[in-house]
Design a protein around this ligand. Structure first.
Ligand code: GAF
Length: 373
């Protein structure tokens, strides 16, 4: 394994072990996690490998094969910069929670497609968290590792994400989507086998990431919290009478509420169809999710809209943006015999606008975080 060779080269010894955590794609349930709602992501076959050995002196040394240069030595966690903050944040979150976690020598190797919005940061956090849990005998559950990873991202890196990405990375299972109630943190595997019914889930990686994305995410979260406060509920999850709620709200809060409440319904509807073995019928719900994210939640962008519209024109059964938005990827549910026409349609639509061709590849649910060696 490449990461083992790099560890040996960097630190002169073998690592104590190698851990893997995957990125994720979200089938449906977007911007619902921080509203205590429902999500249905799955772990993808790409992720992060972390070769790790513990150190008794508390120092953390880090090297990433995706970043040039020598290992960074962190005598203090808050000295970490850039990608290293995600790793340092996990040490910080575990220590904050009272775990006795010393230092470590770490080498990271990742293959989550760049700019795809497939949660390479969650993969990095969860890979390191899973390694430290085992090396320091912390006895944490997968969900506890996901929560510590989320805390690292929220309170150390400063990105106010929900729990979906880290949970999918930690708990994903091959062939299964992960249904999660983000309030109770209860999860259930939902079989997601497209091959047996002649379908594929294509990821269309727009390759763009609009720079205002960070701030907009926090703004959406605030809109939702303000709307919940106006309605007198703990979270938008608790809205039971949408018509009444919409009548009491206006502007952004009204639009965000409409998205979140209807998106939770769509997740439940998709689960129902999957359980009934009617996966080919979820397309209309994917389309509706996209329109809601575009018009009510306002987190799409031209590249995502064109990907979705051209995928549908090319014969996709359904398509939507996936993840936080403002770039990243769209997904398209496509019958095997339509894959080439969907590719041609999307690539053509991008070419017409003078945009670089998006990468398009199928994804199937892969296993979540685990020890590799
Ligand atoms: C990002 C966040 F990290 C997730 O928690 C989730 O809110 C998602 O955007 C939108 O559904 O990936």
């Amino acid at each position: 394994m490449r990461v083992v060779g790099a560890f040996r080269e960097s630190y002169g010894v073998e690592p104590a072990g190698v851990w893997h955590a995957p990125g994720r794609v979200n089938l449906i349930g977007e911007h619902t996690d921080y509203n205590d709602g429902f999500v249905l992501p799955f772990a993808v076959p790409w992720g992060v490998n972390a070769a790790v050995s513990p150190r008794e002196d508390g120092v953390v040394r880090l090297r990433s094969l995706q970043a040039a240069g020598e290992p960074v030595t962190l005598e203090r966690l808050d000295a970490a910069q850039g990608w290293a903050r995600y790793v340092a944040g996990v040490f910080w979150a575990l220590r904050e929670a009272g775990h006795r976690v010393g230092g470590a020598d770490v080498v990271i190797d990742g293959d989550v497609p760049q700019g795809a919005g497939l949660s390479s940061s969650a993969a990095l956090e969860v890979a390191v968290g899973t390694a430290l849990n085992e090396l320091y005998g912390l006895g944490m559950t997968k969900m506890e590792i996901a929560l510590a990873s989320q805390k690292a991202e929220n309170d150390f890196v400063g990105m106010p994400c929900g729990i979906m990405d880290q949970a999918a990375s930690a708990l994903g299972e091959e062939g299964q989507a992960l249904f999660m109630d983000c309030r109770s943190l209860g999860t259930r595997n939902v079989p997601f086998d497209l091959a047996s019914v002649g379908l594929q889930l294509l990821i269309v990686n727009t390759g763009v990431h609009h720079s205002h994305a960070g701030g907009e995410y926090g703004d959406r979260r605030r809109d939702c919290e303000n709307a919940a406060a106006h309605l007198g509920v703990d979270a938008l999850r608790d809205v039971t009478d949408l018509a009444d709620a919409l009548g009491r709200l206006s502007g952004d809060e009204r639009r965000r509420t409409q998205h979140v409440v209807t998106e939770n319904h769509r997740v439940e509807a998709v689960i129902g169809l999957l359980r009934a073995g009617k996966v080919e019928e979820i397309g209309a719900l994917l389309n509706a999710s996209h329109l809601s994210l575009r018009d009510q939640f306002e987190v799409s962008c031209a590249e995502l809209d064109v990907a979705v519209e051209s995928a549908i024109r090319g014969g996709a059964r359904g398509s939507r943006m996936t993840g936080g938005g403002f770039g990243g990827s769209a997904i398209a549910l496509v019958a095997d015999d339509r894959v080439e026409s969907v590719r041609a349609s999307v690539t053509g639509a991008y070419a017409e606008r003078g945009w670089a061709a998006p990468e398009i590849y199928p994804a199937v649910p892969a296993a979540g975080a685990r020890r590799l060696a």
